[in-house]
Each structure stands twice: as structure tokens, then as C-alpha cells.
Design a protein around this ligand. Structure first.
Ligand code: PLP
Length: 376
């Protein structure tokens, strides 16, 4: 058996790549503030470790969806500003306020709940999310004046501080995003008319931050780009100077030589054309490998790239490597940094008819996670 350092099934996250990507984005975008979005376990990269690496690279805010995700950052000792913007209807805002999380609020009811959660000595920091076209959870235009007026009252009473006003874009087209930015500017005017003076105005995630300078305002919320993937796909990440942080790999669990015409995996959707070597890779849909990538997902073995042969199963899939000399225990790379000659998350996205975001974020199951860089 050849000695390789890969675990049976693991994702390796290069924290230096995360730091370098943030530094690169700060230089490209030039905004006063940059938020690293670390929701959903940092898109599968590990929330606490990625948050630390992003802060080391120059991010000065962290963004999460749920309060629980923000509390986990605090429990790990991270003291940087954190904004959480998607709440359970029965959410305990008091706990969030005690942990010094900023609350993204989308309704009058949430505003009242946040104000009521004030700890004795300190106002609750809130950021009001306005609907500008995405049809998700912002405050609708018809309620802007009521919410802004009430927010100003609560602020004057010392219950809250309106630190920000923000929104989120559809990325449907540059034209749609420009229209949403115009709606956002209208919301900012109405907030000012109500007496609010938010320090942070923000609307751009990675895509608009990179492609629509007028959407940058005071802060950009960077998710996918922090992890070295581009919202515009494969070639753009290279052009932008971003480096994919995650490598997904495993070790060959079994090797068998078979004759021509051998059916492979469930349903025999693949048959060998000639006598050939089949390699068993111990990653399956339980780990988040899309079954939809059956017969399509690319895999690097022994410095060459093959396609999965047959169905992805729950625990494993098979690759026909022809006459390549492969041994049990050899390393198999599903994706990593394409600059090193392996497939990228974008290749998997294409193979599974999805986006790079979903490929990295959906991973889990029995996968180990390890880290390189980050001062380790
Ligand atoms: C997920 C999310 C982001 C980050 O988006 P990317 O496209 O990954 O940069 C920013 N803002 C909000 C509100 C989000 O939900």
C-alpha cells in the first residue's frame, strides 16, 4: 500500500487561501468595510476557523443567517462584529443581544421584540432589512415609514441603535440589480427623513460587489468569493485572483480487474467496454456527493481525471480507470484548486446541474474535515 496522507474521506480547508482571498477582495473592492459571510458552517468550510482566517485577511464584519450561528462564533471567543438576519418567529433576541450580535430585522414585530430584548445597560444594535425586489424577508415599501418612525422613537428612548439599513439583490441581471439599488436609495432617503442615521448601508453580496461598483456602499457581504469560488463560475475565479480553499478527497477502498461488458454499481448504468480496472471510492450521497452526478462527476486519480462510472450510491462510487495502475489506499481527489490539475467545484457543479455554492455547502455525513494554514 502506498503511503498517502489523505483520510478515508475528508475535506481539507486551506485557511491561508481564505485569508488571501479576503485580502485580495479588499484590495479589489476598496470598501470601508468587508463582511465575511460564514453562514451554513462557512459554506461547508468550518465557521469558526474560516471566520478567524477571514478576519486575519482583513474582514471587519462577520455575517450569519441564524442567531445560533452567531452564538457559536461568540462561544469560540470571536469578538468581531456579527450580523444575523434570518430568525425563528419565536427567537430569543435577548440572548443575541447579550452576546453582542447585531440583529437584521425585517418587520415591525421583530423591531419591537428586539427593543424589548434590551439588556439594562446597553441598547440593542439593529440593522433594518428592506425589500428591494428579491421577495424574501425585507420590510416592504408600504411599511418603511411606519418601521423607520418607530425605530427612531426606540432609538431616542435608548432601546436600540439603528446601525445599518440593508437589502439583498437578485442577480437576475445588471438592469434588475440597478433597479433594486435605486429602490434601496429611496429607502435610505425615507430612513433619513425619519431621522435615522445608519452608519452602514449595504446591499451587495459577492456578485454585485464584484460587478456593480455602485452597489458597494459602506460594506460588502462576501460569501462565496471568500472561499475562492466565483459567483460567475470557473474562469472568473482565476481572473479575480481567488484560490479555492476546499479540497475534497478520499482513499481508494478497493480495486478490481474486470472483463469487458461488466455492469457497474446499481442499475448497471455503466458497463466496461474492454477489460479494465475498477476503483472503489468511499464517498457517496450520504457525504453530499450529488447522485445526479452519476456517470458525470470528475475524479482525479494518479494525476489523471476520470468520470464516475455508474450510479453514486449512499456510501461509495466506482471509477473505471482503464489500465492505470491504482492501489488500495491511493489518494482520490474529487475537487480542489484547478491550478493544481485537479477538477474544481465548478466542474462538479456542471456535472450535477447546480452551482458551486451548493457543491461545497451540501457536504457532510461521515466526511472528516481538516485544515491547513491559518497559523497551524
Ligand atoms: C448568503 C448571503 C450573502 C453572501 O452571498 P454570496 O453570493 O455567497 O457572496 C450575502 N448577504 C445575504 C443576505 C446572504 O443571505
Amino acid at each position: 500500500m502506498r503511503a498517502v496522507s489523505a483520510a478515508f474521506r475528508e475535506r481539507v480547508v486551506d485557511l491561508d487561501a481564505v485569508s488571501a482571498n479576503v485580502a485580495r477582495l479588499r484590495e479589489l473592492l476598496g470598501t470601508r468595510h468587508a463582511m465575511a459571510v460564514v453562514k451554513a458552517d462557512a459554506y461547508g468550510h468550518g465557521a469558526v476557523e474560516s471566520a478567524r482566517a477571514a478576519l486575519a485577511g482583513g474582514a471587519d464584519w462577520l455575517g450569519v443567517a441564524e442567531i445560533a450561528e452567531g452564538l457559536a462564533l461568540r462561544e469560540a471567543g470571536i469578538t468581531a462584529p456579527v450580523l444575523a438576519w434570518l430568525h425563528d418567529p419565536d427567537e430569543d433576541f435577548a440572548q443575541a443581544a447579550r452576546a453582542n450580535l447585531d440583529l437584521g430585522l425585517s418587520s415591525l414585530a421583530q423591531l419591537e421584540a428586539a427593543a424589548a430584548a434590551r439588556a439594562n445597560d446597553r441598547p440593542v444594535f439593529v440593522q433594518l432589512k428592506v425589500e428591494t425586489g428579491l421577495s424574501r424577508n425585507g420590510i416592504p415599501e408600504s411599511e418603511w415609514d411606519a418601521v423607520f418612525t418607530r425605530a427612531r422613537e426606540l432609538e431616542a428612548g435608548g432601546h436600540i441603535v439603528v446601525r445599518g439599513v440593508f437589502s439583498h439583490l437578485s442577480n437576475a441581471s445588471a438592469e434588475d440589480d440597478r433597479a433594486a439599488v435605486a429602490v434601496f436609495e429611496g429607502a435610505l432617503e425615507r430612513a433619513a427623513a425619519a431621522g435615522l442615521t445608519p452608519e452602514l448601508r449595504h446591499i451587495a453580496a459577492s456578485a454585485a460587489a464584484l460587478s456593480l461598483p455602485e452597489a458597494r456602499f459602506d460594506l460588502v457581504r462576501l460569501g462565496i468569493a471568500v472561499y475562492g469560488l466565483s459567483p460567475f463560475g470557473r474562469d472568473s475565479a482565476v481572473e479575480l485572483g481567488l484560490r479555492p480553499a476546499m479540497t475534497l478527497r478520499g482513499r481508494v477502498a478497493a480495486v478490481r480487474r474486470v472483463p469487458a461488458g461488466k455492469g457497474v454499481s446499481y442499475d448497471y448504468t455503466y458497463r466496461t467496454e474492454t477489460e479494465s480496472t475498477l476503483v472503489l471510492v468511499p464517498l457517496g450521497y450520504a457525504e453530499g456527493i450529488p447522485r445526479h452526478a452519476s456517470n458525470r462527476g470528475p475524479v482525479s486519480i494518479g494525476g489523471r481525471t476520470f468520470r464516475i462510472s455508474g450510479r453514486v450510491a449512499m456510501d461509495q462510487f466506482v471509477v473505471d480507470v482503464g489500465d492505470l495502475d491504482v492501489q488500495v489506499g491511493d489518494e482520490v481527489v474529487l475537487f480542489g484548486d484547478p491550478a493544481t490539475g485537479v477538477p474544481g467545484a465548478d466542474d462538479w457543479a456542471e456535472a450535477a446541474d447546480t452551482i458551486n455554492y451548493e457543491i461545497v455547502t451540501r457536504l457532510g455525513g461521515r466526511l472528516k474535515r481538516s485544515f491547513t494554514g491559518g497559523g497551524r
